[in-house]
Design a protein around this ligand. Structure first.
Ligand SMILES: NC(=O)c1ccc[n+]([C@@H]2O[C@H](COP(=O)([O-])OP(=O)(O)OC[C@H]3O[C@@H](n4cnc5c(N)ncnc54)[C@H](OP(=O)(O)O)[C@@H]3O)[C@@H](O)[C@H]2O)c1
Length: 261
């Protein structure tokens, strides 16, 4: 990503408040830094407070603004409390990255009811709770906003041993389109990013295994994603550069979705 594009005024997030759920590690942590660099005051939210505080310190050292807020996206009271804390700072989140997610990698016949509930509650119900509460606050404060749901290419294609995960992400994709339709009247845009495989805590064991390397060789560009590959699409959807875009579901995957394998 060239500095020219990152600093183009259309992509600026100066004066914006960006909430990133699941910011304590992986993609969310990286996205929080990218949004802060583009000028947003970033609210980093997750359950592990120590990791959030380290991130806030890093962002502040680089001269940007950040605040940590504890959040469990599966708990309605926690979601409400998160938005109350943002309001108590005198801020309204007008960029919302619904990124918190989890997975259970087991064959379908081995997945328990608890496994299913954990994945669906975090990835799909969590998204619903965060996005709708965010919109309530935006409507109350008569502000426009941009919601970005982090889905996955596995919401459109399938793979073995991730049936609850793929189903949750397919739900996020349809949910994104349905919300986009309803929220247009409030000036709130809702889009989804569909990352291909990015090596993080969620999948490191598999992606670095022999089977992971085989999978990588079937991606048309023969590579998995780096976190930085998401920067441009993220800033596009977060900023006014995408003012006419809503209900889109954008793959960022080096062509993985168009491969037939
Ligand atoms: N890595 C990939 O290849 C890939 C590809 C496509 C899409 N994605 C999606 O990208 C998102 C981030 O995944 P990642 O790869 O960065 O995984 P990760 O490193 O495991 O991060 C997951 C994040 O979600 C948070 N989280 C989990 N349950 C939560 C809950 N109940 N409440 C609040 N936060 C919760 C975790 O924080 P705490 O544990 O501190 O709460 C953590 O910060 C997920 O939605 C994932 O499905 C990942």
């Amino acid at each position: 990503m060239s500095a020219t594009v990152l600093h183009h005024p259309l992509f600026s997030l100066q004066g914006r408040t960006a909430l990133v759920t699941g910011a304590s590690s992986g993609i969310g942590r990286h996205m929080a830094k990218t949004l802060a660099q583009a000028g947003a005051h970033v609210i980093v939210a997750a359950r592990r407070a120590d990791k959030l505080q380290t991130l806030v310190d890093e962002i502040k050292i680089s001269g940007s603004q950040a605040t940590a807020v504890s959040l469990d996206v599966t708990n309605a009271d926690s979601v409400k409390a998160c938005f109350d804390q943002i309001e108590a700072l005198g801020l309204v989140a007008d960029v919302i990255i619904s990124n918190a997610g989890t997975t259970v990698a087991k064959p379908a016949l081995d997945q328990t009811e608890q496994d299913w509930d954990d994945v669906i509650d975090t990835n799909l119900k969590g998204c619903w709770m965060v996005d709708t509460e965010a919109a309530r606050r935006l409507v109350k404060h008569k502000k426009k906003g941009s919601i970005i749901n982090i889905a996955s290419i596995l919401g459109e294609r399938v793979a073995g041993a991730v049936v609850s995960y793929s189903t949750s992400k397919a739900g996020v994709i349809q949910f994104t389109k349905a919300l986009a339709l309803e929220f247009a009247r409030y000036g709130i845009r809702v889009n989804a990013l569909l990352p291909g495989y990015v090596v993080t805590d969620l999948n490191r064991d598999f992606l670095t295994s022999e089977a992971g390397k085989k999978l990588e060789s079937r991606v048309p560009f023969r590579r998995f994603c780096e976190m930085e590959d998401l920067d441009g699409p993220l800033l596009l959807l977060a900023s006014e550069a995408s003012q006419a875009m809503t209900g889109t579901t954008l793959p960022v995957d080096w062509g993985h979705l168009v491969s037939s394998l």
